[in-house]
Design a protein around this ligand. Structure first.
Ligand code: HMG
Length: 404
């Protein structure tokens, strides 16, 4: 039975901070951020937006684009590492806001940025297990990436959500059943219970990511069927490769590591050609949105499908997911011949509706967090976080959604 992603949709807050402005405020050369890290801008959440509204907006638009009745969803999993409660899952708010029916399993999963992939794999297995009933799952990855103001991680923040409808005979990506995984207990990035901002050992986290990539990729290569011929690399069978992208330069470092692993050594010219053909096309969205933790890899997938579904029809792509702590997975998927029919995936729309903010406005929003309240006049989301009353979080659809 072929199982995979039937529809994918991205939503990110419409406020964005251009990285050259942050560089000027922190007294560093703008090229350090725009070239050294490869980030051009990062999404900033307005007070009325949080992981729930991000997730619900992405989910509602995903279901509308697929023409699927929310009441037919049998499994709803939200992956996040910036959830809003220690017990109540983000998914149950989404369940109500998008109108999923009562006969549905709803829960949250966590393993840093790997959580989105954990949820996707689990949903795919669930669909395979119900093969006679052709059931569909809704998987959402939603996060607000926060580091302390002035810390090295500050330019690698961002926010956004990706919703994916998972089912049989998918229109966006067939998922291969075999993949390579790697797990190890490392302290590269973490967020103790009492903190809003993540703690990170930045340089060490890059080493952990690259070690996990090599291990997961080797494992995937061993399981490849039909087996690789002498001298043939797994990369030779892939038309594009998407990496978890906390900042685009990380994907570039990852790709160099994989080429070295497959070919022993690579010239700069070979590396550049391979990077521009296989990796760069998936990075245009994340370069403007920033790190979205669990959603990052799937923002890259949505970007690729929005821009290249026709070119990639019938071709196989590689995906690498990394979550600090750590767990990682290298897996592959094939773009169905009719993938172009899934239409826009929300990336271009998100970028087209953006309002740029300056550093004082960004700092004000970061210091006070997502407090809830009235949406700004040009608010682009479908749902609003109204605030907390009696220790309860209050959400509502926007007037535009109610009127539609
Ligand atoms: P840093 O120490 O400020 O930066 O922090 P740097 O000094 O390493 O410079 C960055 C790059 O800019 C370097 O490039 C410099 O050479 C270059 P590289 O040598 O690495 O190729 N550079 C310049 N380029 C052009 N013109 C200039 C210039 N100056 C310098 N003038 C760091 C960087 C990434 C460590 C920091 O931002 C950080 O801690 N970020 C957060 C951690 C992170 O994203 N880690 C990635 C791997 S772990 C992961 O992906 C998981 C994660 O998403 C969380 C999860 O799983 O939940 C984070």
């Amino acid at each position: 039975m072929s199982v995979g992603i039937d529809q994918v949709h991205v939503y990110a807050p419409q406020l964005a901070l251009p990285l050259p402005a942050l560089a000027a405020a922190r007294g560093v050369a703008p090229e350090k951020l725009t070239l050294g890290l490869g980030v051009q801008a990062m999404a900033v959440t307005p007070a009325c937006e949080d992981v729930v509204t991000l997730a619900a907006t992405a989910a509602a638009r995903c279901l509308r684009a697929a023409g699927v009745d929310p009441r037919t969803i049998g499994l709803l999993v939200v992956a996040t590492e910036t959830g809003v409660d220690h017990a109540k899952p983000v998914g149950i708010f989404v369940h109500e806001l998008v109108g999923v029916g009562p006969h549905c399993r709803v829960y949250e999963v966590k393993h840093a940025c790997y959580g989105g992939t954990a949820a996707l794999m689990l949903a795919a297995d669930w669909v395979r297990a119900h093969r006679t009933q052709a059931r569909r799952a809704l998987v959402i990855a939603s996060d607000v990436a926060r580091y302390a103001i002035g810390s090295p991680g500050e330019p690698t923040q961002g926010a956004g959500a990706v919703a994916m409808l998972v089912g049989p005979t998918p229109r966006a990506l067939f998922l291969a059943e075999e993949s390579g995984v790697h797990a190890a207990n490392v302290y590269d990035f973490w967020r103790p219970l009492d903190r809003r901002e993540a703690l990170v050992d930045g340089k060490y986290s890059i080493d952990c990511y690259l070690d996990a990539l090599a291990s997961a990729f080797r494992s995937c290569r061993r399981l490849e069927r039909p087996a690789l011929e002498d001298g043939e690399g797994l990369l030779d069978r892939l038309a594009r490769i998407l990496y978890h992208t906390p900042f685009p330069k990380m994907a570039a470092k990852a790709h160099r590591r994989l080429l070295e692993l497959e070919r022993g050594s690579v010239t700069d010219a070979d590396y550049e050609a391979s990077y521009h053909a296989l990796v760069a096309p998936g990075l245009t969205g994340v370069a403007q949105i920033g790190n979205t933790y669990t959603a990052s890899l799937y923002v890259c997938l949505a970007t690729l499908l929005e821009d290249e579904a026709r070119v990639l029809a019938g071709r196989r792509i590689g995906l690498f997911s990394y979550g600090s702590g750590c767990c990682a997975e290298f897996f592959t998927g094939t773009v169905p011949t009719g993938a172009v029919a899934i239409g826009p995936t929300g990336v271009r729309e998100t970028l087209a509706r953006r309002t740029l903010v300056d550093v004082p406005a960004y700092e004000e929003l970061l210091r006070h967090g997502e407090r809830g309240g009235e949406p700004p006049a040009d608010f682009a989301g479908d749902f609003v976080f109204r605030g907390i009353r009696n220790d309860r979080r209050m959400y509502a659809p926007t007037r535009e959604v109610l009127a539609a």
